[in-house]
Design a binder for this molecule. Structure first.
Ligand SMILES: Cc1ncc(COP(=O)(O)O)c(C=O)c1O
Length: 382
């Protein structure tokens, strides 16, 4: 028997069962590879809810002014200046913030800080999957409450909380359904949790929401010290490739999470760009919201014409029910240069999620998607 095969068998006994049983996430290949693989003439990414307008001008300038010579230095290990900017902006002290390598990193840090074997986290079954994944590959049970009318269901969430529940994750607005809990629902939920566990409100798409009853969970942290807020620079601020996001919470919660956090994980350029993005005064947020609003109106109208159901409200994305398997629809659109998110992985088989972008991309999507739907209907009637 080869040494490798022999070690392979032994290796299995070294890996905890919950890691052995976990299937690794497969990221998409780079554009050039995908275009070759699918024979696509171009590639329009509408799969990751990125902002095609790019970073705000102030962030661009800050990055351009950044000297490559400084790359030999380690970054500020606790994002000192960025936290000062966050403190000023949100009128909270700087030690209420923890900056991470994307908000995904702080999901891992908070689970590590609060959960041990036998504990559980509670979230929805059809939401951003990273809460569930990190819990599972850490050996922590993820309790999933079904959505009600495509929205987080407070009763279903509360009914799953027990004395071993350490964290509840609420995605507000929800990715992928675009629903949100208005202020009264969120406050009532937090009151009924009654400090039994941490309540994380993930506001990754916060800056896209322009509704009077949409709560800013950051303003609830004074009243409810178990509330933690996640924000990211990947979405509205278009810094996804730099990987930067943050959590805000009470000093005690942040202090606990800091213990499980890998210092120096956030690079300097990301810190510099994020700081400038917050201070940008060019109207980037308004422009981006306007773009998304126009795209949503046009795409919703198109889907109504095509008699395809949609789900979506807030955030820069819309879900569409398609008449064939969503993976097949993904492949058909990929061959024509359009990359959407197939939703079986989100437990929405038969649905796709489309990022709302600038008018040129939306027009291109409309033309190709309409053509595909017509072809499918013609072949069904042939
Ligand atoms: C709801 C939600 N939270 C967090 C993230 C992760 O963001 P980041 O790029 O900061 O890791 C995403 C990314 O898609 C998201 O949709």
């Amino acid at each position: 028997m080869s040494a490798e095969l022999d070690f392979g068998r032994h290796l299995d006994t070294l890996i905890p069962e919950y890691v052995r049983n976990f299937e690794a996430y497969v990221p998409s290949k780079p554009d050039q590879h995908l275009m070759r693989e699918y024979g696509a003439p171009f590639l329009c990414r509408m799969n990751n809810n990125e902002n095609p307008l790019g970073p705000p001008p102030a962030a661009r300038q800050a990055m351009e002014a950044y000297s490559v010579d400084l790359l030999s230095l380690y970054p500020s290990g606790d994002a000192y200046d960025l936290r000062a900017e966050l403190a000023a902006r949100f009128d909270l002290s700087a030690n209420r913030f923890l900056v991470g390598n994307g908000s995904c990193e702080v999901i891992g840090s908070i689970i590590k800080a609060f959960c041990e074997r036998g504990d559980n986290i509670v979230t929805a079954d059809k939401t951003f999957a990273v809460y569930e994944w990190v819990a599972e590959f850490s050996g922590i049970e993820a309790r999933l409450a079904p959505l009600r009318d495509h929205a987080f269901d407070p009763e279903a969430m509360l009914s799953r909380i027990d004395r071993r529940t350490k964290i509840v994750f609420v995605c507000n607005p929800n990715n992928p359904t675009g629903t949100y809990w208005p202020a009264d629902v969120l406050v009532d939920f937090i009151k009924r949790v009654d400090e039994r566990c941490i309540v994380v409100v993930d506001e990754a798409y916060f800056e896209y929401v322009d509704k009077p009853d949409y709560p800013n969970a950051m303003s609830l942290m004074e009243r409810f010290p178990n509330v933690v807020v996640f924000r990211t620079f990947s979405k509205m601020y278009a810094l996804a490739s730099l990987r930067i996001g943050f959590m805000a919470g009470s000093t005690a919660v942040i202090e606990a999470v800091r213990r499980t956090y890998v210092t120096y994980s956030v690079n300097t350029l990301a810190q510099v760009a994020a700081q400038a993005a917050l201070a940008d005064l060019s109207g980037h947020v308004v422009r981006s919201r306007q773009m998304v609003c126009e795209a949503r109106t046009a795409l919703t109208r198109l889907c109504a014409e095509l008699e395809l159901p949609t789900v979506g409200g807030e955030g820069n994305y819309l879900m569409i029910k398609v008449p064939i398997n969503d993976t097949l629809m993904y492949r058909r659109l990929m061959r024509r240069g359009i990359m959407i998110r197939s939703m079986t992985g989100f437990r929405f088989p038969g649905w796709i999620r489309v990022t709302l972008r600038e008018s040129e991309a939306m027009a291109r999507f409309a033309e190709i998607f309409t053509d595909e739907i017509r072809q499918l209907r013609q072949s069904a009637h042939a």
